[in-house]
Design a protein around this ligand. Structure first.
Ligand code: NAD
Length: 336
């Protein structure tokens, strides 16, 4: 059993912990938080040993929350740590992981340089084998890499253009906005998402633009592809439909918005209404003047979770074959 520590138990960290717990070849040795809030109490109720940074131990004690020790104690128990702290803190934590001699996974809020290697399970699993440091790319980059890689292998991608319509904040976040505006983000074009895709797929010619809108549920991507050889719509659907982390949704079934995808996930019984797959509207897949267009929705809180599990398996060499790891992760998490 590979022993996994999770540093940062917020939106991503709590989901990574539950996904690790669902696997039969790895276990959670502890989770670390800095705030003694309801999430800390629930972590203990879920059976996780809770740790914190040395300067916060008293805060937890005052709040009546039992901690198992400091982050340093937690790292002493672990083979690998998944750093799910807010953007920029992972880079500061890296020397602590080096000193403790544990492998570390960073999330998409960190720069590529923090690990020198960015990961997506379908694209470059084999390059992560045995690595000490890896960065699992952000939700938008994960969603883009999944479809670009598949379509490039099948038809040869000449050019990708993507408009990313981004959610303003996660549902529990009351500090970010906008609440009544559309923000070109960034105003200076193109956006950083294209170069981020190229950290994994360097040969892909891609231009991305992004805007931020007042919603918390999901991102929506408007995608346009030019290929070496123009495929038929049915060929495109056939390639995407059989991929393990892609789900086709249909306006004919009443799924006409990100809100209905989330309602579907609730009714389907997904934990925290998570949607780990890219959701592509079948009706939107179109070829116009030889170019492909479609819409996909990306659940920002959960899409990167299975990728973290595969990164753990590759870095600790539990499984050499990426497709086998993806299938194992999916089965344990209930990704159809
Ligand atoms: P979050 O704010 O929801 O959670 C961060 C957690 O880390 C909190 O529990 C906080 O108490 C804790 N923390 C803060 N400072 C800490 C420290 N010094 N040591 C230990 N714990 C500390 O953040 P998040 O949304 O889960 O984001 C984590 C990472 O995942 C970021 O790199 C982010 O860019 C990336 N990411 C986020 C999303 C998303 O939509 N939320 C999607 C993909 C990737």
């Amino acid at each position: 059993m590979v022993k996994v520590a999770i540093n940062g138990y917020g939106t991503i960290g709590k989901r990574v912990a539950d996904a690790v717990k669902a696997q039969d070849d790895m276990e959670v040795v502890g989770v670390a938080k800095t705030r003694p809030n309801f999430e800390a109490k629930l972590a203990i109720e879920r059976g996780y040993d809770l740790y914190t940074i040395p300067e916060k131990c008293d805060d937890f004690e005052r709040a009546g929350i039992n901690i198992a020790g400091t982050i340093h104690d937690m790292l002493g128990e672990a083979d690998i740590v998944v750093d799910c702290t807010p953007e920029g803190i992972g880079a500061k934590n890296k020397p602590m992981y080096e000193e403790a001699g544990v492998k570390a996974i960073f999330e998409g809020g960190e720069k590529h340089e923090v690990a020198g290697f960015s990961f997506n399970a379908a694209c470059n699993y084999d390059k992560a084998l045995g690595r000490d440091f890896t960065r699992v790319v952000s939700c938008n980059t994960t969603g883009l890499c999944r479809v670009i890689h598949l379509l490039d292998k099948a038809f040869g991608v000449k050019k990708v253009r993507a408009l990313l319509i981004r959610r303003a904040a996660d549902p529990g976040d009351i500090k970010k906005g906008p609440i009544n505006a559309i923000i070109p983000d960034p105003v200076k074009l193109p956006s950083h998402h294209g170069p981020d895709v190229q950290t994994i797929l360097p040969h892909i010619n891609i231009t991305t633009l992004a805007i931020k809108i007042p919603t918390t549920l999901m991102h929506l991507h408007v995608l346009n592809f030019v290929f070496d050889k123009t495929p038929e719509v049915d060929d495109v659907k056939a390639v995407l439909e059989k991929a393990p982390r892609i789900r086709f949704v249909s306006a004919a079934d009443g799924i006409t918005s990100t809100a209905s995808i989330i309602e579907f996930a609730r009714d389907f019984g997904r934990p925290r209404y998570d949607m780990w797959e890219n959701c592509i509207w079948g009706e939107s897949v179109s070829i116009d003047e030889g170019e492909l267009y479609f819409f996909q929705a990306i659940h920002q809180e959960s899409i990167v979770i299975p990728e973290n599990i595969d990164a753990i398996r590759a870095m600790t060499e539990l499984e050499e074959n990426g497709q086998k790891s993806i299938a194992k992760t999916n089965k344990a998490m209930g990704i159809a």
